[in-house]
Write a protein that binds this ligand. Sequence first.
Ligand code: OSB
Ligand code: MG
Length: 370
Amino acid sequence: MKIEHLELRWVRLPLVTPFRTSFGTTYDRDTFLLRLVTSDGAEGWAECAAELDPLYSAEFLAGAEIVLRDQLVPRVVALGDRLSATGVKTALEPVTGHPMAKHVLETAILDAELKTADMSFGRYLGAVRDRVPAGVSVGIMDSHAELLDHVARYLEQGYRRIKLKIEPGWDVEPVRLVRERFGDDLLLQVDANAAYTLADARHLARLDPFDLLLIEQPLPEDDIRGHASLAEVVRTPVCLDESIASARDAATAIALGACAVINVKPARVGGYLEARRIHDVAEANGVPVWCGGMLETGIGRAPNVALAALPGFTMPGDTSASDRYFATDLTAPFVLEDGHLPVPTDPGIGVEVLPDVLSAITQSTTTIPV
Ligand code: OSB
Ligand code: MG
């Protein structure tokens, strides 16, 4: 298999409601899609998970575009006919970092390859379920009343678990109010996106009485030791997101007692093959995992839902329905059915872009020479 055509399309979709985290507020989902055509005549599609600014992690969209064009694409093109998705990681190994740029390229290649093989992502990755329970990530709000309204609405829609974004000044009180209003049976967790330091350990222990499933990434990305120390002070299980960039990182963090749960985001770790390795390492250590998200359109969501159907994904993920993010999705919408999303079964990612939506939201298209 060879790549015969490769294009990058910048798109912008307004979010139905602004999404505020400890690192900033997002109003629109800006991203780019890769579309490639192979010598087998298959089309591969993938969505870049990076954001406009390097706030969640070091990557950002404009940087991802440059590194793809100048560094990553030439390396996979140099493989010629020997190109296959399993060889992409090795071909890109000389380039340090840039996991989200690597992820979008590997995913588009895997999509095309699986379409040629007539196999779905779920089947290829080892999915054991045909639907996955959906959780929802709830942003920081201007008021407690607004937060309670949003949570009530999501629960009415059937979401199986609520994740509250937290930051200093918006943590114990919102958690207390949500727990009191919606009861002890609600599956509830929090995500700090690295907004605290180890000096906040005793403050974070004030979350203990609320029986949270986990606290996600309380400390900076590179503070593995800090997370291990924190885990000795707080009773809430510590979950890592930003800190885990590879299966090796997962093994290290688990061995050091820095995490009891892992948020697996394929984009953050350079692709679905590394994401599956993290799942395997975690499963072998008895550590539960769940599938995170980056406000993806249907193009990015579909393979995430497939990954979330692997056996070790025992906790509901941030795999929400399309209407949690967008009035109109780029693909046929993902719709909650009894609090679950169906795992796509068609070949490759199993969803197609809707051409009319795509042209309406496209900001620019560039062809990358292959
Ligand atoms: O930390 O999990 C995160 C969104 C963008 C960047 C980082 C994160 C998130 C979310 C929302 O929490 C996940 C989603 O619903 O896609
Ligand atoms: Mg997170």
